[in-house]
Design a protein around this ligand. Structure first.
Ligand code: MG
Ligand code: ZN
Length: 366
């Protein structure tokens, strides 16, 4: 058994960056917009737990295409969120902890940067700090996910149209320099708002200005502790971005805290976070159904907790058990809806998400 595992590892380590799928063939529908939703730590067990805990069917059940995805990182069968998100954003396998850089520690152009360069509007939404590994990998290039203040500077460097998430302190109370990135964003023309004086419920902000909304000074709280903004942001962001550019948009929305609940082996919170993420998926799906030109992809960077769904006290209940407090190597699901969705059927690598998205948006290389 040990030998088989070793052979498997050697095979995987020599397997660089996924198959080149090339351009989709004739008859493929190309979307104008792509919304990528990442449930951090959302394996099949997390989806299943949410599904049986929910009183109504999950929005996920409305998706028309499903796939399974390999999540391993460069030289590590178990990925972290930085390498996992960099596979999605750049299409390359990198080391755990690395943000938007190749395994050779060279910055790689991200799908968000490519979309921006091609005139599409872009956005990031998360329920963690906006500088946290998953959103960071789409906009920043850093050797270590811990360099939050360095990562924050990329939000001022790029022309991102919208971002919503926590971690305001990395913009305002910086230890590595005296910059006030909040003020710099305002000077660049952003409507910047924080959790103290603005609700996303106020409607769609004017598309004349790019928009940044901070949901917390540090990490946003959990659903259990009263967080409600993710579905609201998921309703507002596509409506806003569709008015920012005629060419389309790329938006990434992360349900960040499914992962944290599973690290804590907190089954109740894992289900609450899963259902909150599904509400956000529902909002996006409603936009996509009306719009008709939007491809929605839902997946995870990895599974967290080795969640097992076991026989409960009655035949109609389940007991959730965790086998680890870290990530696992299990395949994770991919769900797709909209033009090009059929490209996401099958079993493939996490780097293929990037290749498929870029081919479908017909983005040239940077
Ligand atoms: Mg994350
Ligand atoms: Zn994690």
């Amino acid at each position: 058994m040990k030998q088989i595992l070793l052979l498997l590892s050697v095979f995987i380590f020599s397997f660089q960056s996924g198959r080149q799928l090339g351009q989709p063939g004739a008859g493929v529908k190309y979307p104008k917009n792509i919304i990528l939703l990442i449930g951090d730590g959302m394996g099949l067990a997390q989806v299943t737990a949410g599904m049986y805990a929910s009183k109504k069917p999950l929005y996920l059940e409305q998706f028309t295409a499903t796939g399974l995805m390999k999540t391993h990182a460069h030289k590590n069968l178990i990925t972290d969120s930085a390498a996992g998100a960099t596979a999605f954003s750049c299409g390359c396998k990198t080391y755990n902890g690395v943000i938007g850089m190749t395994a050779a520690k060279k910055p790689c152009p991200t799908i968000l940067e490519q979309a921006e360069a091609f005139g599409l509007a872009t956005g990031l939404v998360s329920t963690s700090s906006i500088t946290h590994a998953t959103p960071a990998s789409f906009i920043a290039h850093a050797r270590d996910r811990q360099y939050m203040e360095e990562i924050a500077t990329f939000f001022v460097k790029t022309e991102i149209d919208l971002f919503i998430g926590g971690g305001m302190k990395y913009f305002t109370n910086r230890k590595t320099d005296q910059r006030n990135l909040y003020a710099e964003l305002q000077a660049k023309g952003y409507l910047v708002s924080d959790f103290s004086g603005y609700t996303l419920d106020a409607g769609i902000p004017s598309p004349q200005q790019p928009f940044a909304w901070f949901s917390a000074l540090e990490e946003p709280v959990s659903v259990a502790d009263g967080r409600t903004y993710l579905p609201v942001a998921a309703r507002m962001a596509p409506a806003f971005l569709s008015k920012r550019s005629d060419k389309g948009f790329f938006l990434m929305i992360e349900g960040s805290q499914i992962d944290w609940a599973c690290h804590a082996n907190n089954a109740e919170n894992a289900v609450l976070e899963m259902l909150d993420f599904d509400q956000a998926i529902g909002e996006v799906l409603e936009f996509a159904k009306k719009d008709g030109n939007t491809l929605v992809i839902v997946t995870a960077d990895h599974e967290t907790g080795g969640m097992a769904l076991l026989r409960g006290e009655t035949k109609e209940t389940l007991k959730i058990k965790f086998t680890t407090d870290y990530h696992t190597a299990s395949l994770v699901p991919v769900f797709a809806y909209g033009p090009g969705a059929e490209q996401f059927n099958g079993l493939y690598d996490n780097t293929d998400i990037y290749l498929k998205m870029r081919a479908l948006l017909q983005l040239p290389a940077l």
